[in-house]
Design a protein around this ligand. Structure first.
Ligand SMILES: Nc1ncnc2c1ncn2[C@@H]1O[C@H](COP(=O)(O)OP(=O)(O)OP(=O)(O)O)[C@@H](O)[C@H]1O
Length: 397
């Protein structure tokens, strides 16, 4: 990702097109790119689900809704308030129109019914031309269309309340680790712990060892030195691209989840699983299609549903936002907020980290760098501020 970005920026194009540029960058690189693009004088068109990135870099937002493009001036926050206002207005218009149509239908008068429809279309046309004259940006607003109900997409993530366990849940005590075939990489003097309610953001440059640290916490890697203490009844929910790739591709999401979690309450196990998949945002027509045919984001939802069904005490999440849209990232942040177990998060999405580490009392930032893990950083905001100072100086040069 860094190489292709560097190539794109190096040629100084008049039009720069970026598709999800932050996905495989570390936080520092994302902040550097934001700073660089803020000073970019030429045109930039970017597709991204990173809210902070869009807020910092963009001056206009194009939203694809109901198979049409809608234009908004301003950054992402401006878009959100504009969108909300528009949604309310459209739904109000629809309610009035719907009432009139129903009343005309009840009267049985066909001419009256057509009149209501024609009047709605002509009002829409008038409004569109008025907006155009005022220079309002949404020039693609369909004309001559009767009001429609605003179709909103909603998704709700939820991780169940974990059973109580006596602390400590998980501790790495003075551990060291190196891969057998990689004498150039080593993590040493790592001394960290997680309990119920703990919120940890793991940050650090690409290749520093963040995923390695998560694998050590999960027990997939065994330290070469030091001690691991793990509560016997501890259940961990893990998310990473690796787990998405491990899904059994010829099974349907329902078959997959029922095989992993056969004990379901309710009359129909299948319906119970489908209800959960639906909440995690997987459309119902995808519940019974082979996983192979699902998109990356849809597969991610199957993994999240499975994590939730395993009732974990600790969530270990490695770059969970890469395949999620913005509503789902917000839904994930809400779910992590209400989750009473421990959360360990590796992410380059500063908004998600800020939300997870909102409560400074129970939050920690672990910086993986130079072969060790630094836990003395006071807060994510402080860490980000320090990074920003360095980056600004770099970009100034
Ligand atoms: N299975 C493995 N065998 C050998 N070396 C590995 C293995 N997995 C990772 N590494 C190496 O260990 C180092 C740390 O990798 P790791 O994936 O933990 O870093 P990271 O901080 O998560 O990186 P990124 O931000 O790019 O995801 C890298 O140099 C990587 O090449």
């Amino acid at each position: 990702m860094r190489i292709s970005l560097a190539r794109a920026l190096f040629v100084q194009p008049t039009l720069l097109l970026l598709d999800e540029p932050t996905n495989h960058l570390d936080l520092r690189a994302v902040l550097w790119l934001e700073e660089y693009l803020c000073r970019w004088k030429k045109t930039l068109v970017v597709v991204s689900h990173d809210r902070d990135f869009l807020n910092t870099v963009c001056t206009e937002i194009i939203h694809l809704h109901d198979q049409k493009l809608h234009f908004y001036r301003g950054n992402f926050d401006d878009f959100e308030s504009g969108y909300e206002q528009r949604r309310k207005e459209m739904n109000k218009k629809f309610e009035i129109y719907d009432k009139q149509v129903k009343a005309a239908k009840r009267s049985g008068n066909r001419v009256q019914q057509e009149k209501v429809k024609d009047r709605a279309k002509s009002n829409a046309a008038k409004e569109a031309s008025k907006n155009k004259a005022k220079g309002k940006v949404d020039e693609n607003e369909p004309v001559q269309e009767a009001p429609k109900k605003w179709r909103d997409y909603s998704v709700e993530f939820h991780f169940p309340e974990p059973t109580e366990l006596t602390p400590p849940l998980l501790q790495l005590i003075e551990i060291s680790f190196s891969y057998p075939n990689r004498p150039d990489f080593r993590l040493s003097n790592v001394d960290v712990g997680i309990d119920m309610g703990t919120r940890v953001a793991i940050v650090g440059p690409n290749g520093a060892g963040k995923s390695t640290l998560l694998n050590l916490l999960a027990g997939d890697l065994v330290p070469t030195e030091g001690e691991v203490r793990r509560s016997q009844k501890l259940r961990m929910g893990r998310y990473s691209q690796h787990f998405v790739d491990l899904l059994t591709m010829d099974e349907t999401p329902v078959q997959y989840l029922l095989r992993l979690h056969p004990y379901q309450e309710g009359l129909s196990k299948q319906e119970a699983v489908r209800a959960k998949l639906g909440k995690f945002g997987l459309p119902s027509h995808n519940h019974l299609t082979p996983i192979l045919k699902l998109s990356g984001g849809q597969k991610a939802r199957v993994v999240f549903t499975s994590i939730s069904m395993s009732k974990p005490h600790i969530l270990l999440l490695d770059e969970p936002t890469n395949h999620l849209d913005m509503q789902s990232i917000d839904a994930l942040a809400d779910a992590l907020d209400e989750f009473t177990g421990g959360v360990v998060l590796v992410s380059h999405d500063s908004r998600l980290i800020s939300r997870v580490c909102e409560d400074e009392e129970r939050s920690q930032v672990w910086v993986v760098d130079n072969g060790t893990v630094i836990t003395s950083v006071t807060s994510f905001d402080d860490y980000k501020e320090e990074l920003m100072k360095e980056i600004k100086a770099e970009v100034d040069e």
